[in-house]
Design a protein around this ligand. Structure first.
Ligand code: HEC
Length: 533
């Protein structure tokens, strides 16, 4: 038996050998230990997001040595330095990498990828810090108007500021992880959590005055998403009880106590792809949302194309119950429809929005949209002709795709899960936003080099009217409403950055909040807690 497995492995090796290394190959360039480390760090910062730490490919193709050794060093340098039309950024041309760094990187990707470090429960536990024990925290809020506070990410500074939405004052600026990706709140709204790209979670108590960092934990090496338990109903009250982080590396998710971040369980996300059943060790957890209908989180497994419903109701016994739903590959970001029953998520390299019904627990549609949809959480409103809709913008095309979301009503069900309307933008976009009380839909143009200081505003009640353009002094990114839904906050993304507050009715500037370092995403406590978008 053992012998047979061994010979099978040998014959497999031979096959891999002939497939992978048959063409004339470059010899593997030698790199010193120091250069390997330097290149490894650079690769992690600039490349792994799209190509993966093991280089097996995601948004970008597989660039493991069996592929890269078929190209000359010169050819690779050209691709890295100048980029390509197919979506590979030009790192040299854009001024992010020198010629020497480009050469180093080309050599590095012809070498076998170094094994990225592991980060299991032992390392996670060691990083855990509680700064303010639960017993020392206030029982009632000491801050008036805290539900209209905003958390603002200052990405390059590694900080998060809390701003009072009423007075527009910066209340506090606290340390966070590196390059914070998003902020989320607990089900009550009291706690705000940040997740850094470096896997570090920080947790802020919005009830204490001054607002304090109460706990922190490093869940992995590379992370993107965080959410909290929001369910309250027949199956129990789980509000504020737990939090979950989804990692890129190691490929796993971590469940924590919601009030202290004490780590409870680590679960691998390594998976087979849903369609070809190929094993992908590096199956990364991209987005997470918390169900309001069940004690469950909804996780997207990027490389596998699987949506994983994780039931946390038995976590005190150490048990999670997973329901894995086939969707589409390269799942990235997404959000709820207005009823919070359907989760719409972008499979961005497949130009598809997958729709998951979290009550019937199944995929209800894969909808073809434009090139590389990027909804963030998307935007919900009621179209005068088509009824309830949800929308996404695109990374690869100037297009807003608007999808019908009401399969239950007689009037609108024929529109459900179809693109019912499209709006044109002049180029690629990162975010779209509206609010149930607003008639406006805002799109940024941050990644359109010709228009990155402009926000494009459509009228959702008069969807055939041409959009209005709001022009700012600096690159502008990401929109968020206040609690009442009558102001829109945008970020001027600059070392000397600021937030600009727009009156949603008149589209006039109402206030400016200065003194922020490269502000990007911002999250209103009430809207984030209740998933209003
Ligand atoms: C924003 C996503 C993204 C990032 C970040 C990125 N790439 Fe790419 N890369 C791509 C895409 C998409 C392609 C395919 C381009 C095409 O087909 O024209 C690609 C292609 C390549 C190729 C050519 C592969 C082939 O088979 O032809 C190489 C080599 C490469 N990338 C290396 C890198 C390196 C090194 C970095 C970091 C310095 C990097 N990439 C960062 C998206 C990315």
């Amino acid at each position: 038996m053992t012998k047979r497995i061994f010979s099978l492995m040998v014959s497999m090796l031979v096959v891999v050998g002939t497939v992978g290394y048959s063409a004339a190959l470059e010899s593997v360039p030698k790199l010193s230990k120091g250069d390997m480390v330097k290149a490894g760090d650079l690769y992690f910062d600039r490349c792994s997001g799209c190509h993966g730490a093991l280089r097996q490919g995601a948004t970008g193709p597989n660039i493991a040595p069996e592929k890269t050794l078929k190209k000359t060093l010169k050819k690779l340098e050209g691709i890295i330095y100048n980029g390509t039309d197919g979506g590979m950024p030009g790192w040299g041309k854009a001024g992010f990498m020198t010629k020497a760094e480009t050469t180093l990187m080309a050599k590095f990707i012809q070498n076998t990828p170094p094994e990225p470090p592991q980060w299991g429960m032992k390392e996670i536990k060691k990083s855990w810090k509680v700064h303010v024990p639960v017993a020392d925290r206030p029982k009632k809020s000491q801050n008036k108007g805290w539900e209209n506070f905003f958390g603002v990410i200052q990405r390059d500074a590694g900080k998060v500021s809390i701003i009072d939405g009423d007075s527009k004052k910066i209340l506090v600026t606290l340390d966070s992880g590196f390059a914070v990706h998003i902020l989320r709140t607990s089900a009550s709204g009291r706690y705000m959590y940040s997740i850094g790209r470096d896997g570090k979670v920080t947790m802020m108590d919005l009830w204490s005055n001054p607002i304090k960092l109460v706990a922190e934990l490093k869940t992995g090496i590379d992370a993107r998403s965080i959410d909290t338990s929001k369910y309250k109903g027949k199956k129990g009250n789980f509000m504020d009880k737990y939090a979950i982080v989804g990692n890129y590396w190691p490929p796993h998710y971590v469940i924590m106590r919601g009030d202290t971040l004490e780590p409870m369980k680590v679960v691998s996300s390594a998976s087979y792809t849903y369609d070809t059943n190929k094993f992908m060790q590096e199956t990364r957890v991209a987005a997470i949302v918390a169900s309001h209908h069940a004690p469950e989180w909804v996780l997207t497994y990027k490389e596998a194309g699987i949506v994983n419903l994780v039931d946390y109701s038995k976590i005190e016994e150490g048990t999670v119950i997973e329901t894995k739903i086939n969707a589409e590959r390269f799942l990235h970001d997404g959000g709820w429809d207005s009823t919070k029953r359907y989760f719409l998520v972008a499979a961005n390299m497949r130009d598809t929005i997958s729709v998951i019904d979290t009550v019937d627990r199944k995929l209800v549609a894969n909808i073809e949209v434009g090139t590389k949809p990027h909804p963030g959480r998307g935007a919900n409103w009621k179209d005068p002709e088509f009824g309830p809709v949800w929308a996404t913008v695109h990374l690869g095309e100037g297009l807003v795709s608007i999808i019908g979301t009401d399969p239950k009503s007689r009037k609108y069900k024929k529109n459900a899960w179809k693109v019912v309307r499209e709006w044109k933008l002049d180029g690629n976009s990162l975010f779209v936003k509206t609010h149930p009380k607003s008639n406006h839909v805002y799109c940024d143009n941050t990644i359109n080099p010709n228009k990155n200081k402009v926000i494009t505003v459509f009228n959702s009640k008069k969807p055939n009217d041409p959009p209005v353009e709001l022009t700012f002094e600096k690159v502008v990114v990401h929109m968020e409403y206040n609690k009442k839904g009558d102001e829109v906050w945008v970020s001027l993304w600059d070392k000397e950055g600021e937030l600009v507050v727009i009156d949603d009715k008149t589209l006039k500037i109402k206030a400016r909040i200065k003194g922020l370092v490269s502000p990007t995403g911002k999250f209103n406590v009430y809207n984030t807690t209740h998933d209003v978008y």
